[in-house]
Design a protein around this ligand. Sequence first.
Ligand SMILES: Nc1ncnc2c1ncn2[C@@H]1O[C@H](COP(=O)(O)OP(=O)(O)OP(=O)(O)O)[C@@H](O)[C@H]1O
Length: 308
Amino acid sequence: MIELSELTKNYGSRRGLTELSLQVNAGEVLGYLGPNGAGKSTTIRLMLGFIRPTSGVLRVLGVDPRADADDVHRRIGYLAGDFLVDSRQRAGECLAFLGNLRGGVPAQRIGELADRLELDLSARIKSLSKGNRQKVGLVQAFMHRPELLILDEPTSGLDPLMQQTFLEMVTEARDHGQTVFMSSHIMNEVESVADRVAIIRDGRLIATDTVAGLRARSLLRVQIEFAAPVAPEEFAALPGITDLTLTSTAQGALLTCRLDGSPDALVKAAARHTINALRADNQDLEELFHAYYTGEHSAQDAETNPIA
Ligand SMILES: Nc1ncnc2c1ncn2[C@@H]1O[C@H](COP(=O)(O)OP(=O)(O)OP(=O)(O)O)[C@@H](O)[C@H]1O
């Protein structure tokens, strides 16, 4: 559906994207995550053919989006990060007009989507709040059941209930065999719907993986309460242990650490003492994503990740 190969985009001396390669397969939902300024919108504008790459090759629906823009735009549902339309129009008129541009969309279909999103089609767009304007943008992207949806920060401005409705719409689109590429800067938002997640920072792709794969890679947070004091040296040098803290408690000692890989050495070291309680849980994905954001996870990690 989408194939980006060593795509680079420079804005004069400013970097937009650097040698980014990514493939999006038919029928999948891909969450495209990165902090502000990472290059998400640049990628999307390239995919729509609005801007020209400095170097590299891209194919959307099998064609070069700049060479065949009309065809690509008809077959895609696109929501821009800054969705703008003639604000004097009523929402319903605007959507009917955009529907006609795409070969005609039944009024009933527009009505159903508007009802779901609680959008008043009779309101003039200029009178709508930011979130309600975003709903107009969502309806126009979904209404013609495009084979590919490209959505730039689609939940921006939506309240939590509407975010949930939007995520249900994405799941249904996938169930109908549509492909969805959606950008976001919030992992929690995409993890429930995305089959795969791609993370970019500073214009570079730093990881792509399935949500399950990312979860498996996240570190374990471990807490062990000992019945008597223990020495930090017994644990500090164990394989896979980071961020070790050891504090005295009324009962004895509380050890906390992060664990990457096998728990065997830690469990065996701890078992030499009496343990009152033990807790281990996975770092949540938002936390893992934050580590990618801030560069704690480096390019070295990315090399071990499947970039598909
Ligand atoms: N038209 C432009 N001219 C010059 N630099 C630009 C232009 N558009 C984007 N950039 C730069 O390219 C980089 C990537 O920007 P982009 O808008 O793609 O990021 P983003 O990930 O979509 O960010 P956000 O989450 O804030 O929307 C930024 O450093 C930005 O300043």
